[in-house]
Write a protein that binds this ligand. Structure first.
Ligand code: RP5
Length: 171
């Protein structure tokens, strides 16, 4: 959402993560939540990552989503410098298919929590929905969209079941 104060920061370690993290952008668009997307790395640009997280709250952000693959330290490094909620998305970009990133993201030491989602696109989608659930505590429009979202998801499953039953009953 252009020209609007971002409430969510979407960070990723490399532009090679963009295909997965677009899923988070798409979901935040659906909920009408303004976001900014940045590429920065805990390892390759540690100073930029530290400055971003240290200034995030003052700049109006409410949640930060971090996607990273391999030895994925971005979410933890961001969480080290802010009290904002940080959501981690392990990316399946390495030979270990994201298991390395999952363990690196989820196994934070006590004191520095990172809310870790599933590996890949499902995780990126859930990161955005989880961010909406946080933003929705103070934003009634987002809260209403979350209720609607769950109703539509349930209706979609019921419809798929109805189709399956009708196909099976015909054969
Ligand atoms: C991580 O290393 C990034 O998050 C990415 O998933 C992975 C590979 O990065 P590139 O070598 O493709 O830039 O830091």
């Amino acid at each position: 959402m252009a020209n609007t104060q971002p409430k969510v920061g979407i960070l990723m370690g490399s532009d090679s993560d963009l295909d997965v993290m677009r899923e988070a952008e798409r979901r935040l668009d659906f909920f009408g939540i303004a976001f900014e997307t940045r590429i920065m790395s805990a390892h390759r640009t540690p100073d930029i990552a530290a400055k971003y997280s240290a200034t995030a709250e003052k700049r109006g952000l409410e949640v930060i989503i971090c996607g990273a693959g391999a030895a994925a330290h971005l979410a933890g490094a961001i969480a080290a410098n802010t009290t904002l909620p940080v959501i981690g998305v392990p990316i399946d970009s390495s030979g270990l298919k994201g298991l390395d990133a999952l363990l690196a993201t989820v196994q934070m030491p006590a004191g520095i929590p990172v809310a870790t989602m599933a590996i890949g696109k499902a995780g990126a989608a859930n990161a955005a929905i989880f961010a909406a659930q946080i933003v929705g505590r103070k934003d009634a429009d987002v809260a209403a969209k979350l209720v609607q979202f769950k109703k539509e998801m349930a209706a979609n499953v019921v419809e798929r079941d109805r189709k399956l039953q009708s196909e099976r009953n015909q054969s």
